[in-house]
Design a protein. Structure first.
Length: 460
């Protein structure tokens, strides 16, 4: 915690201005943050040793209380969890989404260690399939807040400033023109700090023009939104030759962030981007390093593996499936859970933190391009390449077959035949294959039910 943030801490008693003596809940949070400040600098070996201390407790609990896991452990030949080793661990089966869906009650228990209690449940977004529901406890919520606060401290947020968010909210009171005005940022920031005001605009019910007008009227120091919303706002700013508010930082979530967007925001608006990688069923997975654009796994709360198609650990520079174990959810343990995302493991970070590095978060299975020979790769096609050819507002590529790609383009004006041929050439070159490119011109491109946007989807 830096000096400026310390001065922003709430003063809890007129009789205790120095040193500040906070109530019990705040004291617990500050104690957790103190430990996280220390553990982030541990070596990878020390972190893994402590993770296995927690994994032994979690697996012993799951074996005792949850027959589903007891059977899986027996089939894998793993049972002496007091001596659980990495080799034992890698024999445990991967938990897929299909294993989980519709069987949540078989993977959950109300019998959890005291003093923790089941407090409710949380569902995944269900953007492509039936949502799954995970029980939450007072401990999982506490740790979610703690890791979020650590991320805020990493990036030296000034809590006294105004924060605004353009996101999917689906609440009429958050619509244009006023949005929803709040007196503060809300938790977890307000658990420890006095904050400035906050405002929210629903992204689903508003246009880019309305979002821009609202944003320039609100003038926040911090903007929180989806990468695709930010891209559209930057496009509008460039096209209309209007400058944005003087942001201290733009904070992104919910979708993948590529290097082009980081460069675009820095070059056009002069603002840095900060991204987070999280999921409803696990909480924060990896937060962006304060010194580099890559991400640090939150290893004190999750055991994260990046595995290839044979379930072998990937080396740095290799892309694999993200497999997660939640270390502290004793109500619905997720043990070797394939969350559905792919990521690239990175080498140790120059910042000195021992927390593992994810160089890139690449998206889900449906975002993978399949070449005619069966090879799979991650497509890269940024807005900048297409915007230099034609007045394209939005684009989305959909793989219809092994030979055919549909390019859906939202444009400001009719695209000439010569421009269409150039667009097709750029797409083929970017994808690295001579696909049949079919152009279509919808009035808009729909987002997922949770407001997220994907610029590439595969239907095969």
């Amino acid at each position: 915690m830096n000096h400026r943030q310390f001065l922003q801490l709430k003063t809890y008693s007129s009789a205790s201005a120095f040193p500040i003596v906070p109530p019990m809940a705040e004291s617990q949070m500050m104690a957790a943050l103190y430990q996280l400040e220390e553990s982030q600098w541990w070596s990878p070996e020390q972190l893994q040793e402590s993770q296995f201390d927690q994994l032994r407790l979690l697996c012993a609990h799951a074996e005792k209380e949850i027959p589903f896991y007891r059977q899986r452990f027996q089939q894998a030949g793993v049972g002496d969890f007091a001596r659980l080793t990495l080799d034992d661990w890698r024999r445990l089966p991967i938990l897929s989404r299909s294993d989980f869906q519709g069987r949540e009650e078989l993977i959950s228990t109300q019998h959890i260690p005291a003093p923790y209690q089941v407090t409710g449940s949380i569902a995944t977004s269900g953007s492509t399939a039936q949502p799954i529901r995970v029980s939450t406890t007072n401990l999982t919520q506490f740790l979610w807040n703690a890791f979020t606060l650590r991320e805020h401290q990493w990036h030296y947020l000034d809590f006294s400033k105004k924060l605004s968010s353009i996101r999917y909210l689906n609440q009429r009171e958050a619509g244009y023109p006023h949005g929803m005005a709040l007196g503060n940022w809300g938790p977890p920031a307000t658990l420890l700090y006095h904050t400035g005001p906050c405002s929210i605009l629903d992204s689903k019910s508003t246009t880019v023009l309305q979002q821009w007008e609202w944003l320039t009227r609100e003038k926040p120091a911090y903007l929180v939104t989806y990468p695709s919303i930010l891209t559209e706002l930057i496009k509008h700013s460039a096209h209309s030759h209007q400058q944005p508010p003087e942001f201290s930082e733009i904070r992104l979530f919910g979708e993948t962030v590529d290097a082009e967007l980081r460069d675009l925001c820095r070059e056009t608006w002069g603002v840095r981007l900060t991204d987070t990688y999280s999921a409803n069923e696990t909480g924060p997975i990896a937060n962006q390093c304060p010194e580099e654009p890559h991400y640090h796994v939150q290893s004190e709360n999750l055991f994260v593996e990046i595995l290839d198609d044979q379930n072998r650990p990937c080396a740095p520079g290799k892309i694999g499936r993200v497999v997660i174990t939640t270390l502290h959810n004793f109500a619905t343990p997720l043990i070797r859970y394939a969350i559905g995302d792919y990521a690239e493991l990175g080498p140790p970070c120059s910042c000195g933190r021992g927390l593992p590095v994810l160089k890139r978060i690449l998206g889900r299975v449906r975002n993978i391009l399949t070449l005619p020979n069966g090879e799979k790769r991650w497509p890269v096609l940024g807005w900048g390449k297409l915007s230099r050819i034609a007045p394209i507002v939005q684009h989305q590529l959909i793989q219809k077959s092994l030979q055919k790609i549909e390019a859906r383009l939202v444009v400001r004006e009719k695209v000439a035949a010569t421009q269409e041929e150039e667009i097709k050439h750029v797409i083929r070159k970017s994808l690295g294959e001579d696909f049949e490119i079919v152009l279509s011109y919808p009035e808009s491109i729909e987002r997922s039910p949770t407001g997220k946007f994907e610029d590439f989807k595969s239907e095969i």
